[in-house]
Design a protein around this ligand. Structure first.
Ligand code: GDP
Length: 140
């Protein structure tokens, strides 16, 4: 499997509880290199655009409100099979279904306040990275 890049967000529930460091450590322990990272407060427009694929879902309004409720840390991760590896270390969307030792099992509060985002495919990763970072900000 080739070296890939994926996009990650440490969500407001985790930044509020000072868990940015411990989550970043989990990603690094899994073999993912953090080649870009910045702490931002997402605007409503950014959150609506980023989660545009979910705009017809009943939880869309709540999700946008949550993602703009506090700071997030957006990151680009690089490594072997990075997209799948990140999804594995994140765990299932719903923390009650997440495997032992995963970030969501350890830290998520519920299905919405689930501590991290990770791209679901290499194509999505490329789009999500471009949404928040310029090429010059990616330092491998
Ligand atoms: P992910 O790829 O595992 O993050 O899951 P999805 O792409 O399906 O959903 C995006 C995000 O929307 C999730 O990470 C949650 O924060 C939120 N979400 C997903 N399903 C639900 C739900 O049923 N209710 C609520 N309130 N939020 C949800």
């Amino acid at each position: 499997m080739a070296i890939q890049r994926t996009f990650s967000i440490i969500k407001p529930d985790a930044t509020a509880r000072n868990q940015t460091g411990v989550i970043a450590a989990k990603l690094e322990e899994a073999g993912l290199r953090i080649i870009a990272s910045k702490r931002i407060r997402m605007s409503r427009e950014q959150a609506e655009g980023f989660y545009g694929v979910h705009k017809e879902r009943p939880f869309f309004g709540d999700l946008v409100a949550f993602m703009t409720s506090g700071p997030v840390v957006v990151q680009v991760l690089e490594g072997e099979d990075a997209v799948a590896k990140n999804r594995e270390v994140m765990g299932a969307t719903n923390p009650t279904e997440a495997a032992e030792g995963t970030i969501r099992k350890l830290f998520a509060e519920n299905i919405e306040r689930n501590s991290v985002h990770g791209s679901d495919a290499p194509e999505t990763a490329a789009e999500e990275i471009k949404f928040f970072f310029t090429d010059a900000e990616l330092v491998g």
